[in-house]
Design a protein around this ligand. Structure first.
Ligand code: ASP
Length: 331
């Protein structure tokens, strides 16, 4: 029997919830045209975390420079490292958990605050596209594990083995030489977070990762969590994070940065204040870890800050042709 509570939930979700299954799913929310004010400053522009952001930005730029949307650009951009076996921290070729499973986290957010996310997803090459489909075809925001895989397969994604021989070899070596426990340090991660503004001045972002190498099975980091690994508010700006997800979640990092920009801080100052908060909350642990933030505001101004030396990001605009920039750091 349907309880009153369940009935209210189902009613609130409407017919789209009831129509979920093996059949094409109608869009849950009709997608209104962007209503917020366009940007004042330089656009288009795209920013991505780490060296692998360079190739990702180049792909995103093809869309942005020809008048495409920031949403299409960020999805297309991060699909490049997702499919690249040489990027050992994102998608195919990502380092596995401590039991040898590659498990993926990703999220996407657009200029109307629509968002979609998948976590603990296995066997799918492009988790970012599944996240976008969650956003566009379901009344939900986040699907995880088996349910996310089922949704992906029902919607035409193909199952594949994401563990490359190189990553398997490294994992087996790790099993021999390291204690069987999750280790958090400055090395065993590198998510791609991408934020962009299109010619129309609208913002979107995407974030995708295989998470911390040799993590506990089932561990989910900040990257698929809206407000932690990524946040976009088209009135203000966008932010994304990389590094130890536990520390980013603890301060709701990307949301914090957008709110700091709303209060008038520059993107760089907003990122620095967030990093300082991480260090203040966990001063001892902070010496051992890395977190890097990247932010963009509606004027096309951007900035970054990280806990310690070593984080970099790539910027592509009409005036900066995919430059790789070192993030400023606190420690
Ligand atoms: N933030 C990611 C996580 O904690 C790791 C990374 O940036 O590579 O899963």
């Amino acid at each position: 029997m349907t309880s009153r509570r369940n009935f209210i939930k189902l009613t609130a979700l409407g017919t789209s919830a009831l129509s979920m299954g093996r059949f094409p799913i109608p869009a849950a929310n009709p997608r209104p045209q962007p209503k917020q004010t366009p940007a004042l400053g330089e656009s288009p522009i795209v920013l991505s975390t780490w060296q692998h952001g360079v190739n990702a930005n180049a792909e995103a730029w093809k869309i942005l420079s020809t008048g495409g949307t920031a949403l299409d650009a960020v999805e297309a951009g991060v699909k490049i490292p997702e499919a690249d076996p040489n990027v050992r921290s994102v998608g195919y070729g990502g380092l596995p958990d401590r039991d040898g499973h590659v498990t993926l986290d990703a999220c996407i957010m657009d200029q109307d605050s629509n968002c979609g996310s998948v976590a603990f997803l296995e066997h799918i090459l492009h988790p970012i596209s599944v996240a976008r489909m969650v956003m566009e075809k379901t009344p939900h925001i986040m699907l995880v594990g088996e349910g996310a895989l089922q949704f992906a397969l029902e919607n035409g994604f193909k199952k594949m083995n994401l563990l490359t021989p190189e990553s398997e070899k490294d994992w087996k070596q790790w099993l021999k030489t390291s204690p069987y426990k999750p280790i958090i340090n400055v090395e065993n991660h590198d998510t791609i977070g991408m934020i962009a503004m299109d010619k129309q001045g609208h913002l979107s972002g995407a974030c995708t990762t295989s998470g911390l190498a040799y993590k506990m099975r089932g561990r989910v980091g900040d990257s698929p969590i809206i407000g932690a690994g990524l946040f976009v508010d088209n009135e203000v700006g966008a932010a994304t994070a990389t590094g130890v997800g536990e520390e980013v979640i603890r301060i709701a990092g990307s949301h914090l940065i957008v709110e700091l920009m709303r209060q008038g801080n520059s993107p760089e100052d907003a990122c620095r204040i967030a990093v300082e908060r991480i260090i203040r909350k966990q001063p001892v642990k902070s010496k051992e870890i890395q977190v890097g933030f990247l932010a963009l505001n509606k004027k096309g101004e951007y900035g970054s800050w990280c806990v310690q030396k070593g984080f970099n990001y790539a910027v592509y605009s009409n005036t900066q042709q995919n430059e790789l920039i070192d993030g400023k750091h606190s420690l």
